[in-house]
Design a protein. Structure first.
Length: 114
């Protein structure tokens, strides 16, 4: 499947609200990070999020507000067996790390590619 960028979406569309697996990204313009954070946190899953920026301080502020089990900064799909991986809003699928034993505790990992 070819990588696909989807634009001109509306907040209620399933492509925006559901987590899509595959080479697909939804591109939504925004003016303030708070606006983007609110949209991102509307998912019932919160499995993962990616932030691409030159401003690492801003990335950390945004990551702290995102309800996502893993937040990658300037990288994506990077895993380590010591870091928990699972949904923030629905943590029953947590894998890896000692947190796998605590399925009902939301966890967040922040990874930065240097």
């Amino acid at each position: 499947m070819q990588p696909t960028v989807i634009k001109n979406v509306k907040p209620g569309m399933s492509i925006v609200r559901e987590e899509i697996f595959g080479p697909v990204v939804v591109a939504e313009p925004f003016t303030k990070p708070e606006e983007l954070i609110a949209r991102a946190n509307e998912t019932p899953y919160g499995l993962a999020a990616g932030i691409w920026t030159r401003d690492i301080s801003k990335a950390h502020r945004v990551a702290a507000e995102l309800r996502a089990g893993t937040v990658w900064i300037n990288c994506y799909n990077v895993f380590d067996a010591a870091l928990p991986f699972g949904g923030y809003n629905n943590p029953a699928g947590a894998e890896m790390g000692h947190e796998v034993l605590e399925h009902y505790t939301p966890n967040q990992s922040v990874v930065i590619g240097l």
